[in-house]
Ligand binder design. Structure first.
Ligand SMILES: Nc1ncnc2c1ncn2[C@@H]1O[C@H](COP(=O)(O)OP(=O)(O)OP(=O)(O)O)[C@@H](O)[C@H]1O
Length: 250
């Protein structure tokens, strides 16, 4: 049987700043319903990858295809229309607006049901009338995620949802993303610094180092081989490693 087409296919991507690549020749493929953890030390190129994938940063080389639609060179609004949503690092919410107003704005652009989406984030319900600037960090992250989900994405890119959050809050949010990936057959790329948690909700993981894939493999296997993951963080890859540093194999 032929495998289902990838929801997101990044091939030979190079992207960076002022013509200098921060990510080089990166190839990643994510299937529908699959969660891929994109890991690596500070400055490895994780955010650059996500920004280039959605068109917020022009790619220098390579292609990005989502659900059969080539995205490279497209403006970010067209990327969203192709079914790709980004939850940016640092809480993409409007602080002066209430929770309900933030959701309404996101809903205008989107396809998913508000009530159904809110069902995944019960703590937001009693806060609908509160200004976002008065929410806790975890509540703001929940709202940022809910806003992205209201667009009804088929591909969700999440950049460090856990930034500045208590471990307990992170432990609540990441399993929600896993559940949504399963329920909506949504492909997810999860940039995350909480290694164990990321590997516990992901199907596969890719570790970047200096803009290149240092290690890739099945998340369950990598959880058992923390030595390899940690070595990849420092740019050491083991030639005898059972995991192929290709990043593209599902
Ligand atoms: N606006 C920018 N202008 C110039 N260089 C940048 C810019 N943003 C990021 N970089 C550089 O590009 C490289 C990759 O950065 P990127 O933000 O993608 O890393 P990251 O893996 O997401 O890191 P972190 O975990 O710290 O968020 C780094 O060397 C960084 O200094």
């Amino acid at each position: 049987m032929t495998p289902p087409p990838a929801a997101l296919e990044i091939s030979g991507l190079s992207a960076g700043y002022n013509g200098v690549p921060a990510v080089r020749d990166l190839s990643i493929s994510v299937a529908q319903g699959e969660v891929l953890a994109l890991l690596g030390p500070n400055g490895a190129g994780k955010t650059t990858t996500l920004l280039a994938a959605v068109g917020l940063l022009p790619a220098l080389r390579g292609s990005v295809v989502a659900l059969g639609t080539p995205l490279r060179g497209r403006r970010v609004e067209r990327t969203a229309r192709a079914g790709v949503s980004l939850v940016p690092a640092g809480r993409g919410v409007f602080h002066q607006l209430t929770v309900a107003e933030n959701l309404r704005l996101a809903r205008r652009r989107g396809g998913a049901d508000l009530d159904e989406t809110l069902g995944h984030f019960p703590p937001l319900r009693p806060l609908l009338g509160r200004r976002c600037g008065l929410l806790s960090g975890g509540e703001q992250q929940m709202l940022a995620l809910a806003k992205a989900l209201l667009a009804g994405p088929r591909v969700l890119l999440v950049d460090e949802l856990s930034l500045g959050l208590a471990p307990l809050a992170v432990r609540g949010l990441l399993p929600t993303i896993r559940a949504l990936a399963d329920e909506r057959r949504m492909a997810v790329v999860l940039v995350e610094q909480h290694l164990d948690l990321a590997l516990s909700v992901a199907d596969r993981a890719v570790v970047l180092h200096h803009g290149r894939v240092a290690l890739a493999g099945r998340a369950a296997e990598l959880r058992e081989r923390r030595d390899l993951v940690e070595a990849a963080y420092f740019g050491h890859t083991d030639p005898a490693s059972p995991f192929e540093p290709s990043g593209s194999a599902p």
